[in-house]
Design a protein around this ligand. Structure first.
Ligand SMILES: *Cc1c(COP(=O)(O)O)cnc(C)c1O
Length: 426
């Protein structure tokens, strides 16, 4: 029995499903999980001594790859000043300055401890500011696991075929309206039916949590228009896309600026961090200035701020990283497409900038309904084939591959070669 298997058996007795986040159980790729004990640059190592090229990158935060020497030094130095104070510190101001200067439309920002907290708080602020209860989200978009957003929410919930969750009272989601991503008519109809009642629309500007779906630019600009016309707050959930697509996030790439934004993942560099921000007028309803309550014992934690600041400054000073990440993703796309054509596999590659995923369908990927035609059993076999060749992909169809700047040309070439072999085996 492998060490991973032994650990998993033990874990299952004392942790639900043996894991602290459902996708880690590898259930949707029909196998037991591998347990990791270290990672370095583009590689991740399991407890049985196997080495893998890592395309999860901790679901985004490790944008420079793992165990970076410089970031380790920053973290080690930060430790010497103490781990948490519970009263304000300079690094919190520094972090806020970076976020505000990086992101158009983010004039004020509040730090929290996860993406879930960021979106949950942003929704509360939008409701408090507008005095309205209803919100719109999109099918297949995931915004963390707070109650009112846990409806048709992508990723883990798609993977496990749970459209929502037990334990979420009907009353909590009765004000959540679900529309179709890339379909502006679905939004216009919802607004028409609920005139003057909608506080906000929250969206992954480039969805990663149903696999990658490229935004239709017309849809996004119409969305901005109808929200403005109806005084609805537009919230971009940039927990994945923020500082990944570009330093100014999807808003910069699309040239369409929201009223509020949520960050997570990259801005903590691997530590538990989130943030939400927006126009000064809107953010001024947050306690203690205004009457929307939101707080956090460890929010703005000095260790997390130091590491996050170092990550963001490095991205700012090395903007070529974004072209580099995209060119890596483009190479994979071209290589995978050539392989798919050579073998005649029923598969398509969906890419937007550096975000990429592969779907086992012949449909072009534009809508959630296209995504849902993917053959997840084929993905499971593909995943296993790649893992056997030393490549760790997201262990679920409805996720994006996360590129990091440590991936070498050899890594990419080897991945393309392995893709050909794995596709042949399906
Ligand atoms: C990961 C993610 C979240 C949730 O962040 P957590 O830190 O896991 O709570 C929210 N929104 C999007 C788009 C995400 O990808």
């Amino acid at each position: 029995m492998t060490k991973s298997k032994i650990l998993f058996e033990k874990a299952k007795q004392i942790i639900p499903g043996g894991v602290n986040s459902p996708v880690r159980a590898f259930g949707s790729v029909n196998m037991d999980p591998i347990f990791i004990n270290s990672a370095k640059r583009s590689y991740i190592y399991d407890v049985d001594g196997n080495k893998y090229i890592d395309y999860i990158s901790s679901w985004g935060p490790m944008i420079f790859g793992h165990c970076d020497e410089k970031l380790n030094e920053v973290a080690t130095n930060a430790l010497k000043n103490g781990l948490s104070y519970g009263v304000p510190s300079e690094v919190e101001v520094e972090m806020a300055e970076i976020l505000v200067s990086a992101y158009k439309g983010c004039e004020m920002v509040r730090m929290v401890n996860s993406g879930t907290e960021a979106t949950m708080s942003a929704i509360r602020v939008a409701r408090g500011y507008t005095g309205r209860d209803k919100i719109i989200k999109f099918e297949g978009c995931y915004h963390g696991h707070s109650d009112c957003l846990l409806v048709k929410s992508g990723s883990g919930t798609l993977t496990f075929n749970v459209p929502s969750s037990l334990g979420v009272p009907a009353g909590t989601v009765k004000d959540t309206i679900v529309c179709e991503y890339n379909n502006i008519n679905s939004v216009k109809e919802a607004i028409e039916k609920n005139k003057g009642e909608i506080a906000c629309i929250i969206i992954e500007p480039v969805p990663g949590n149903m696999g990658v779906v490229a935004p239709n630019i017309e849809f996004m600009s119409e969305l901005r228009k109808v929200t403005e016309e109806n005084n609805i707050i537009l919230i971009y959930d940039e927990v994945i896309t923020g500082f990944r697509l570009s330093f100014g996030g999807a808003a910069e790439i699309l040239g369409i600026v929201p009223d509020m934004v949520c960050f997570g993942k990259i801005i903590g560099g691997g530590l538990p961090v989130g943030a939400y921000g927006g126009k000064k007028e809107i953010m001024s309803v947050v306690s203690p200035v205004g009457n929307v309550y939101q707080a956090g014992t460890l929010s703005g934690n000095p260790l997390a701020m130091e590491v996050g600041i170092a990550v963001l400054n490095r991205l700012k000073n090395n903007p070529q990283i974004y072209d580099d990440l995209e060119s890596k993703a483009k190479k994979l796309e071209d290589g995978f497409n050539a392989n798919i054509e050579a073998i005649g596999t029923k598969a398509v590659v969906s890419r937007f900038k550096s975000m990429i995923s592969i779907f086992f369908t012949k449909r072009d990927i534009e809508y959630y309904s296209d995504v849902m035609t993917s053959d997840t059993a084929m993905y499971a076999k593909y995943f296993q084939g790649m893992l056997n060749r030393g490549i760790l992909l997201p262990p679920a169809q409805y996720e994006a591959m996360f590129m990091n700047s440590s991936l070498t040309d050899e890594n990419i070439e080897y991945t393309i070669k392995s893709n050909l072999e794995a596709l042949k085996e399906i």
